[in-house]
Ligand binder design. Structure first.
Ligand code: ATR
Length: 278
């Protein structure tokens, strides 16, 4: 139909902090697309989620991104899902097709592409801190990047062991998180440590090689204490993954070109600053 705007959005609780509307609006504007991408607050129960999704489909949404705490709900309510979403046990994308809902997970390709922006050769050994939902996506991304050995460490060791058994990883004690960096090519923080309002991540980075890459998926603040301490290494901040994970949704729903570049990053940095001061 002509002149009918394309509708999409991001669902979470809370959701007002999300930068995804800024990313999609920027791409829509660049491509001169008649579309809107909005934040959608859905209370944290599966029933609420189902009810709102039914409404969004009824009013003609093309699809939505899904963030905390609904990523598992999104996978559960979908009629069909990609292999990646099934392996991750979570979906951050729902596409509303004529007769069914399709779930996908672009966090995996988002993180893999953020690493690829830095290096074509991510190395053989990756270390992941944390064993929550975000860690699952990062594990799959490191596998997709061809990283042979993945070591996981988590405050609650049993959670790391469960992921290790599922994905074939090595586990070390949380207390050994610095020692295990000896010889590692890539370090990824998936814990909430370093996030605004949380304690900083305490870790000694000196065992790392100088060409090792350090990634933090936290993006509030953008420069976490970990990334500040990693000044002598290549670093990947939380915005890189955020921008890259948005690409598949934009391409599918708005059917336009979605480019991750410095210009987009600067727009997001400006928005972060604006929010800090208002
Ligand atoms: P997400 O979906 O973002 O991964 P999550 O599932 O709540 O969020 O996981 C949070 C991660 O941060 C977990 O690995 C958690 O460790 P536990 O499994 O021991 O809870 C980690 N984390 C949170 N606070 C922490 C702290 N103070 N010290 C160490 N790890 C912490």
């Amino acid at each position: 139909m002509k002149n009918v705007p394309i509708l999409a959005g991001v669902a979470g609780w809370p959701v007002t902090y999300s930068l995804s509307p800024v990313i999609h609006s920027t791409w829509a504007h660049r491509a001169n697309i008649n579309g809107y991408y909005i934040p959608i607050a859905i209370e944290p129960t599966e029933d609420d989620f189902r009810a709102v999704i039914a409404g969004l489909r009824k009013v003609g949404f093309a699809g939505i991104n899904v963030t905390k705490p609904h990523k598992e709900n999104a996978l559960r309510i979908a009629d069909d899902a990609s292999g990646t979403a099934k392996s991750a046990g979570a979906a951050n994308m729902l596409t509303f097709r004529e007769d069914h809902i399709y779930a996908d997970n672009s966090d995996v390709v988002g993180f893999a592409n953020a690493v690829k922006d830095h290096t074509d050769q991510p190395g053989d050994h990756g270390v992941i801190l944390g064993a929550g939902g975000a860690a699952r996506g990062v594990i799959l991304a490191l596998k997709e990047l061809g990283i042979q050995k993945i070591t996981i460490t988590n405050r609650t060791r049993e959670k790391a062991e469960a992921l290790a058994a599922e994905f074939g990883l090595a586990v070390v004690d949380w207390d050994k998180r610095s020692e295990v960096l000896d010889g590692a090519d890539l370090l990824v923080n998936t814990t909430s440590l370093g996030m605004t309002g949380q304690p900083p991540l305490e870790i000694d980075l000196s065992p790392l090689k100088s060409k090792s890459v350090i990634a933090d998926i936290v993006y509030s603040p953008l420069e976490t204490p970990l990334l500040r301490a990693a000044k002598n290494h290549h670093t990947i901040d939380g915005l890189a993954m955020l921008m890259h994970q948005a690409v598949p949704g934009f391409e599918q729903w708005f059917r336009g070109n979605a480019k991750v570049d410095e210009d987009l990053k600067n727009i997001l940095l400006k928005e972060i600053k604006r929010r800090e001061t208002t």
